[in-house]
Design a protein around this ligand. Sequence first.
Ligand SMILES: *[C@@H]1O[C@H](CO)[C@@H](O)[C@H](O)[C@H]1NC(C)=O
Ligand SMILES: *[C@@H]1O[C@H](CO)[C@@H](O)[C@H](O)[C@H]1NC(C)=O
Ligand SMILES: *[C@@H]1O[C@H](CO)[C@@H](O)[C@H](O)[C@H]1NC(C)=O
Ligand SMILES: *[C@@H]1O[C@H](CO)[C@@H](O)[C@H](O)[C@H]1NC(C)=O
Ligand SMILES: *[C@@H]1O[C@H](CO)[C@@H](O)[C@H](O)[C@H]1NC(C)=O
Ligand SMILES: CC(=O)N[C@H]1CO[C@H](CO)[C@@H](O)[C@@H]1O
Length: 351
Amino acid sequence: MRSAQLLRSAVHLLAVPIAACATAARNLITDTDIFSDVDDAGALLLAATSPNVNLLAVNINVGSTYSPLAASAILAHYGKGDVPIGIVRPLADSSFFDTYAYELGEYASKVAYHFGASANGSSISNHTSSSSSHQPLLPWPPSNAEKAADPVSLYRSTLSAAADNSVTIASIGFFENLSALLNSTADLIRRKVERLVVMGGMYPAGREFNFFGDDPALAAHVVNSWRGLTPMVFSGGELGGSVLSGTRLMVEGPATDPVRQAYLWYTYGAPRPSWDPLTVLFAMDGGVGELFEYGNEIGYNHVFANGSNAWMYDEAVTDQRFLKLRVSNETAAAELDRLFLVGANSVGKGL
Ligand SMILES: *[C@@H]1O[C@H](CO)[C@@H](O)[C@H](O)[C@H]1NC(C)=O
Ligand SMILES: *[C@@H]1O[C@H](CO)[C@@H](O)[C@H](O)[C@H]1NC(C)=O
Ligand SMILES: *[C@@H]1O[C@H](CO)[C@@H](O)[C@H](O)[C@H]1NC(C)=O
Ligand SMILES: *[C@@H]1O[C@H](CO)[C@@H](O)[C@H](O)[C@H]1NC(C)=O
Ligand SMILES: *[C@@H]1O[C@H](CO)[C@@H](O)[C@H](O)[C@H]1NC(C)=O
Ligand SMILES: CC(=O)N[C@H]1CO[C@H](CO)[C@@H](O)[C@@H]1O
C-alpha cells in the first residue's frame, strides 16, 4: 500500500539519527539526581570511563551540597576531574534516608567526604582514591558546592561550543534543569542536540518515579514540549527494574573505587536495579547494540499532569522510541557488571 510504503520510508529516513553508528567518541551530557539511588553513581562510572564517550558536562537536578561533591570526586577518580558540574539551587546539606523500606543506606555525603579532597588540596581522610592524581573540581567541604555552575548556563555554554547535532543528553533524574533549558532556548537544542535519552515512565504506559516523584508538571513540560526538536528515546522503569547489577563491582572491584564503595554503602552488598546505567549505556553506544531493541516504530510519549505516561501511536511521529531488552535480564546485568569492572580497573592505566 502506498501509504504504508511512504510510512516505511519515512521511518527509515528519520530513524537514521537514532540508529547512526559512532566512529568518534560521542559527546554526552548527563542530567542526574545523584543523591538517593546509587544507580546514578553506576551510570557516572560508565560515562566517565567509556572510551566511546566524550563527557562534556554533568548537571545535577537535586539540591544537596553533597551531590556535586560526590560527582566531582567520582569524576576525579576516573581522571575526569575537569568535567564541569552544574546544580539546581537552592542547596542544603541534605542526606538521603530510606524512610520507605528502611533498607537502603546513604552514599553521597560519604563519597563526598571520603573521596573528595580538602579545600586546601590535601587529602582529607585516609581516603582511598590516591590512585588518581586528579583533584576534584569541587572538593570537600560542602560549602564548595556553591561553586558548581548554574545548570542552564552550563547547558548553554556546553551546547554552544559543541558541533551541530553532536550532543546526546542523558536525563537520568528529574526535569528542572531541562525544563529551564527548554524555556531558555529551543533553538540551541534543535541545532546542537542529536537526541535526548530519558530514564522515566513505563512503556507502553504507566507511572514511574522520575516523572511523578519530583514535579510532574516539569516532566510533562520537557517530554511533551521537546517533541519535534530532536529525536527522543525512553528507558522505562520496567526495563532497568528487571536488571540487577553491581555485585561483581562490589566483590571484585578495586577497594579504592568510589562507586564500588557507594554501592556497598547503599545496598550493603545486594545488587541494585539498573535504570540509570542501562540508560547511559544506550546513550553512550548511540544505538540498540546487542542488548536493546526498540518497542515501537511510530508515535510519541505523552506525560500527563499527574506524572503518568502513555505511548500515543500516531503515524505522523517517527522520531521517538522506547527501549526493550533484546537479551535476558541476566545477560544485560552480566554486561553491566563487566563494564563496571572494566571501568573501575581502567584507573591509572592511561585513561
Ligand atoms: C588542610 O586541610 C586538612 C584537612 O582539613 C587540615 O588538617 C590541614 O591543617 C590543612 N592544611 C593547611 C595548610 O591549611
Ligand atoms: C588507612 O586505612 C588502612 C586500611 O584500612 C589502615 O591499615 C591504615 O592504618 C589507615 N591509615 C591511617 C593513617 O588512618
Ligand atoms: C518553563 O515554562 C513552562 C511553561 O511555560 C512552565 O510550566 C515551567 O514551569 C517552566 N520551567 C521552569 C523550570 O521554570
Ligand atoms: C529476570 O527474568 C526472569 C525470567 O524472565 C524472571 O523470573 C526474574 O524475575 C527477572 N528478574 C528481575 C529482577 O526482574
Ligand atoms: C493520571 O492521569 C491520567 C490521564 O488523565 C489518568 O488516566 C490516570 O488514571 C491518572 N493516574 C493517576 C494515578 O491518578
Ligand atoms: C538557570 C535556571 O533557570 N535554573 C533553574 C534550574 O532548575 C531549578 C529548579 O526549577 C530552578 O530553580 C533554576 O532556576
